[in-house]
Design a protein. Structure first.
Length: 268
């Protein structure tokens, strides 16, 4: 995984096909082989929102605060970083890029920043903070490749990644100064609280709210926990999220899963 593919938006390449599966894995309780990663109170959510400035078609920018509502700008991608400096752990979650530059612009009207919509999750990058350093290392034990994000936090609210170091077998192969490589800052805005939710912006709007035209219903996570387990005897994993209500279209199960192809490296 190259640094560019982690931090650079891959706009106009992928469609908005969803990547999850609805499953009844937890219908009889938590399976004995299921591992849990609890997002306790030490975790903060940092969000990177990428906008397309329609007044300059070539300009993409991260806009903090209310600037995201500025005229002439379109939200085209959202990225999540769940990070605990106390636990020395992080997970970076990318979402489906907005091929047509309209989806996130509509979604943002309904979901405030503190909600992570699992409906849009694409890939998962599990990382660990280096003790005593402002570094997050995303290590892939299978490929012996790692990315190290060097960051600084301004005013306890903005986490800025200023350098990415790629290593193979512990040897540095590439070093990126992010501002130069991306032509814009890789800045994540901190929220004071967060909740993982599920909202199908397409199917729910048609099936549940077509009479009154209200925003689609949200499902809330039953706990702030990321579940994961190995797939058989292979070094492959599936990640799970549980919700408080059944999910469309069949409304039978309340869990979604992401297979190993969605994981860039092994969970903790």
């Amino acid at each position: 995984m190259r640094a560019g593919s982690i931090l650079v938006c891959i706009i106009l390449i992928f469609s908005c096909a969803r990547k999850y599966s609805i499953t009844g894995t937890f219908s009889n309780g938590v399976p004995a082989d299921m591992q849990q990663w609890v997002l306790d109170s030490s975790y903060h959510l940092y969000i990177r929102e990428v906008f397309l400035d329609t007044t300059d078609p070539g300009d993409k920018a991260v806009m903090p605060g209310i600037a995201r509502y500025a005229a002439g700008s379109k939200l085209i991608e959202i990225e999540y970083l769940l990070f605990s400096e106390q636990q020395n752990r992080a997970v970076y979650i990318s979402t489906i890029p907005d091929k047509y530059q309209v989806y996130y612009a509509k979604k943002i009207k309904y979901l405030p920043r503190e909600y992570l919509n699992a409906y849009d999750f694409s890939t998962f990058h599990f990382g660990k903070k280096t003790t005593g350093r402002n570094e997050i290392v995303f290590n892939n034990t299978a490929t012996h490749h790692s990315d190290t994000w060097k960051y600084e936090i301004a005013n306890d609210t903005v986490l800025h990644v200023y350098e990415v170091v790629e290593r193979l077998n512990d040897d540095a192969t590439n070093v990126y100064l992010v501002d130069e490589a991306l032509n814009r800052e890789a800045s994540f805005i901190r929220t004071d609280s967060f909740q993982i939710v599920f909202r199908d912006m397409v199917k729910e709007y048609r099936e549940e709210n077509k009479k009154r035209g209200r925003p689609p219903f949200k499902r809330f996570s039953t706990d702030r926990t990321i579940y994961y387990r190995k797939e058989g005897n292979k070094n492959k994993y599936t990640v799970y999220f549980r919700f408080d209500k059944t999910l469309p279209p069949r409304y039978k199960d309340s869990t979604i899963s992401f297979g190993n192809s969605r994981l860039v490296n092994d969970p903790f």
